[in-house]
Write a protein that binds this ligand. Structure first.
Ligand code: ZN
Length: 305
């Protein structure tokens, strides 16, 4: 009886979902790009993500199923800047010109972003962690979502021109809510302008610039490299001297060094979310920023022990 009812409900759901309008199949490199595509595409898109939410995207290696996701896509949205360099191999394997650089279904979401920590193009990718061209963590500045969604609307309208108005309207709705939330986020972190922090990985320059935080150093001596005892001793001395107020930590990195440092300095260890879905309660783009702002404000607002 119960199974029969469920079967009927599922059949009904499938019928409703079966699109009269052809959905655009989008493959996004990360959950953040997927969330922004979903916000703009709404019911007209079916989005798949390649990098799982709670893993280190810069140490990611594609799995066998990923090539199928790319093969079936009409549109591909990547972070760019070397962050998802492994996509180039997948794209070459699929060989679909529309999804390759310059194709109508290709979006490098970093285009138009005012980049931070720009380095020479000659810097080669050293293993999994690529901060080669510039720092790639730009989606953590909510201001950059305006630029990214503009590029996504243009790309969606290229592959599904009949739905252009819907994409534009969805983006306007998204931006209206973003503006309201940004006012609140600015207010929440305004009391902490200029506060000094140490982060595990260099994930936060865009977030920090937006909210006027000062990240003075990193637990990793360079991206992807674990700290030596000497580096930790240096960070303890530096943290004391600079009056660092919290250790900011990424969800997928080993915690020992960050926790030790926080303990030695008598300051909070604060786990922030680097991506949508990387910690609980970050199910979409707004929730990601909301969690980071409120978690940090709460940690900094607490009296030092
Ligand atoms: Zn990084």
């Amino acid at each position: 009886m119960r199974a029969g009812w469920l079967g009927l409900a599922l059949a009904a759901a499938v019928m409703i979902a079966a699109p009269a309008l052809a959905a655009v199949r989008v493959v996004a490199a990360t959950t953040d790009m997927a969330a922004l595509v979903a916000a703009v595409g709404g019911e007209h898109v079916a989005v798949e993500t390649i990098v799982p939410a709670a893993t280190d995207p810069e140490a990611f290696e594609p799995r066998p199923g990923d090539i199928d996701k790319v093969r079936h896509a009409n549109l591909l949205v990547r972070v760019g800047l070397g962050y998802d360099f492994w996509l180039d191999t997948l794209l070459a394997q699929v060989g679909d010109k529309r999804l390759m650089r310059g194709g109508e279904g290709y979006v490098d979401a970093s285009v138009g972003i005012p980049l931070l920590e720009i380095r020479g193009q000659s810097v080669v990718n050293e293993g999994g962690h690529a901060h080669g061209v510039a720092n790639p963590h730009y989606w953590l500045d909510p201001g950059n979502a305006i630029i990214v969604t503009a590029g996504i609307v243009e790309a969606l309208a290229r592959v599904a021109p009949a739905e252009r108005d819907a994409f534009v309207t969805n983006r306007e709705r998204f931006l209206a809510e973003l503006e309201v939330r940004r006012k609140r986020w600015d207010e929440s972190l305004a009391p902490f302008a200029g506060v000094k922090l140490i982060a595990y990985h260099n994930s936060w320059p865009y977030f920090a610039r937006r909210f006027r935080l000062d990240i003075v150093d990193f637990v990793e001596p360079k991206p992807g490299v674990a700290p030596s005892p000497a580096h930790l001793a240096h960070l303890i001395a530096e943290g004391r001297k600079a009056g660092v107020r919290a250790i900011v930590h990424e969800p997928y990195e080993p915690e020992d060094a960050s926790r030790l440092l926080a303990q030695k300095l008598g300051i909070p260890f604060v786990r922030l979310a680097t991506s949508v879905g990387s910690v609980p309660h970050t199910e979409d783009y707004f929730a990601l920023l909301e969690l980071n702002v409120t978690t940090l404000a709460r940690a900094l607002g607490a009296r030092p022990q």
